[in-house]
Design a protein around this ligand. Structure first.
Ligand SMILES: Nc1nc2c(ncn2[C@@H]2O[C@H](COP(=O)(O)OP(=O)(O)OP(=O)(O)O)[C@@H](O)[C@H]2O)c(=O)[nH]1
Ligand SMILES: [Mg+2]
Length: 412
């Protein structure tokens, strides 16, 4: 490839990058407008009597298009969860932990097979054509990384670093180069963080409050169902708060999970004030010594202003009752949406103190590189990943497992 070709490639990529930046800026501006509107709305809110059930102002506006989806969701959840619960019930307690760990890493590999078969296959193809580590090889590698949603900057950065590293280590054959790539990806993941823990931050005393946020359909409610089951099985006293009072069917969906996980739930009628649900739940959690309170929130209100406004109101209610609460604000992102998930994360991060990411639907995506992009651009830890719809399809995130998972079968 001549210099002109390289120049052409770079110009095309610079253009793509500019377009992506412009798109991000547009969304950010939109949200900033929302935030300033928020401020004025907030003072009005303070004048309202605080925990009254909200009037049905929203009802006429919205006939959510997702109603039929919800029934499907509930069916899926039913089927999937009873499978998960049956499996677990048959286990003997002493074997349980070992088996669980094994299953967890199997799950990870199983769930990633889709990501791997595409991201991995592409890399495989790249390596099948491998003759020598020349500029063409690095160009193709860069393209592969961009296609798998590692993110433009990350792809260029990673390729540049790999070029140096391959030279430095004098890696010439296929497997040496593969190993350099794997190690570099893990290093970059580690460097992009601040050594933050991927563990859930638990309260020293009293209930731990975990708020789940994210746009509609990403998997908030499902993740709560999965996590509640984990904590319950760990011997914790778990309470759920159905603070998505907006979407039709959302309360029933969480209620189903509560029943299945055999945990308690605080719910109010549809269209109630979400903060009133949170208020009641946090009181109950304190008074009745619950260990963990999971708060489900709406993915969509009438508009973004209301959504962000509502989240900050809920946070205020929580902090008033427990000063350290919420102990975690987990942003749930759908991995299949690739770069769009990244944009959502940026918007939420600007308005809410997000403490960690839950990346769902990694079982269904070819865009597994998004994990690295999130880390590189947001510096937030991915705490859990969703690997399917079943109750047991949730794993703690581990960067090493993840990167090796992607390359599994490729390493000789
Ligand atoms: N394949 C797969 N599906 C998932 C995963 N997590 C959630 N889902 C599915 O995604 C769909 C939406 O999940 P919900 O939990 O309802 O999403 P939500 O964020 O609560 O959505 P709203 O309540 O509308 O804001 C459901 O069909 C879930 O079963 C996952 O890790 N993998
Ligand atoms: Mg939900």
């Amino acid at each position: 490839m001549g210099l002109f070709d390289i120049f052409k490639r770079r110009s095309k990529k610079d253009k793509e990058k500019r377009e992506q930046q412009e798109q991000n800026e547009e969304q950010t501006n939109e949200l900033q407008t929302s935030s300033s509107e928020n401020d004025s709305q907030e003072s009005n809110n303070d004048n309202e009597s605080k925990y009254d059930v909200r009037t049905n102002e929203y009802q006429s506006k919205h006939n959510e298009e997702k109603d039929s989806d919800i029934n499907n969701d509930l069916d899926n959840i039913d089927k999937a969860s009873s499978e998960g619960v049956d499996n677990l019930a048959s286990k003997n307690h002493s074997e349980e932990q070992e088996q669980e760990q094994e299953q967890e890493s199997d799950k990870f590999e199983e769930g990633l097979s889709k990501s791997r078969s595409t991201f991995g296959e592409k890399l495989n193809r790249l390596f099948a054509n491998f003759r020598s580590v020349d500029e063409d090889f690095f160009d193709d590698l860069e393209d592969t990384l961009i296609e798998s949603d590692v993110g433009f900057d990350m792809a260029v950065n990673l390729t540049d670093q790999l070029r140096d590293e391959v030279k430095l280590q004098n890696a010439k054959n296929r497997s040496d180069v593969q190993n350099v790539i794997i190690q570099k990806m893990i290093d970059i993941y580690d460097q992009a963080g601040n050594n933050e823990s991927t563990e859930i931050n638990m309260a020293e005393n009293g209930p731990t409050v975990i708020l789940f946020v994210g746009v509609n359909g990403v998997g908030k409610t499902t993740t709560i169902g999965k996590m509640a089951d984990k904590y319950k099985k760990d011997g914790k006293k778990v309470l759920l708060a159905a603070a998505d009072t907006f979407r039709a069917g959302a309360i029933e969906q969480l209620d189903e999970w509560a029943k299945r996980d055999q945990v308690d739930i605080v719910k109010k009628p549809e269209k109630s004030d979400p903060s009133a649900v949170v208020y009641e739940a946090v009181h109950k959690a304190k008074e009745e010594d619950y260990d963990v309170l999971f708060v489900d929130t709406a993915g969509r209100l009438q508009n973004k202003v209301n959504l962000m406004n509502e989240l900050s109101k809920m946070k205020k209610v929580l902090t008033r009752e427990i000063p350290e609460a919420p102990h975690e604000v987990l942003l749930v992102l759908d991995a299949t949406t690739g770069q769009n998930a990244l944009n959502q994360a940026k918007l939420f991060k600007e308005t809410t103190d997000v403490t960690g990411i839950i990346l769902t639907k990694l079982d269904g995506t070819a865009k597994g590189g998004i994990v690295l992009a999130i880390r590189n651009e947001l510096h937030l830890p991915v705490k859990y990943v969703g690997l399917g719809e079943k109750v047991s399809d949730l794993s703690k995130f581990d960067a090493n497992d993840y990167v090796y998972g992607l390359f599994k079968g490729l390493i000789k």
